[in-house]
Design a protein around this ligand. Structure first.
Ligand code: GDP
Ligand code: MG
Length: 176
């Protein structure tokens, strides 16, 4: 049995749903109330990938350190993949996802010097009435700033969480 360890980081503006995403993916739980996380949270999930291989996923939640400081460099270090999340109901968080991507690429690469594989997540797609960003806008930003791809998610309704992580894991395994 081989065991592979991957570090995945999740970044983006405050309140977009990062902690909720990690908790939902790892513990299958969702809390409607907002609880600010302080420091860095880790969550570990072990996935049986095949008969011969287990994947240990270490999920790093930036947790209340959502500013561009020297801290982010420490947080990004040795990451195998990244999720940049924004909130579909807050356009500013969408615009800021470019800043997050640039901060990451400036401070961190894979061992071979290539950019860290990065997926863009458009969260809170359940809240249709308050939506402020179109699919075309996301598609354009995604291409322009070299994200691997993007997906709408709703942590609240449990939409596209497994699928997004599955996509990222496939990518990491391919590079492994
Ligand atoms: P973080 O600051 O990025 O870690 O965001 P949190 O995970 O703490 O979430 C901020 C708020 O958004 C909380 O009140 C969550 O319940 C709420 N939230 C998270 N995901 C969703 C979602 O998919 N849909 C809706 N409607 N609310 C969400
Ligand atoms: Mg948080």
């Amino acid at each position: 049995m081989t065991e592979v360890l991957f570090k995945v980081i999740i970044i983006g503006d405050p309140t977009v749903g990062k902690t909720s995403f990690v908790q939902k993916y790892v513990n299958d739980s969702f809390r409607g109330d907002y609880k600010m996380t302080i420091g860095v949270d880790f969550a570990l999930k072990v996935i049986k990938w095949s008969e011969k291989c287990n994947i240990k996923l270490q999920l790093w939640d930036i947790a209340g350190q959502e500013r561009f400081t020297s801290m982010t460099r420490v947080y990004y270090k040795d990451a195998h993949a990244c999720l940049v999340m924004f909130d579909l109901t807050q356009k500013s968080t969408f615009q800021n996802s470019v800043k997050w991507k640039k901060d990451l690429d400036q401070k961190c690469t894979l061992m071979d010097g290539s950019p860290v594989p990065c997926l863009l997540l458009a969260n809170k797609c359940d809240d249709i009435e308050r939506r402020e960003v179109t699919q075309d806008e996301i598609e354009d930003l995604c291409k322009e700033h070299d994200f691997l791809g993007w997906s709408e998610t709703s942590v609240k309704d449990g939409l596209m969480i497994e699928e997004s992580m599955g996509f990222l894991i496939e990518e990491m395994m391919a590079k492994h």
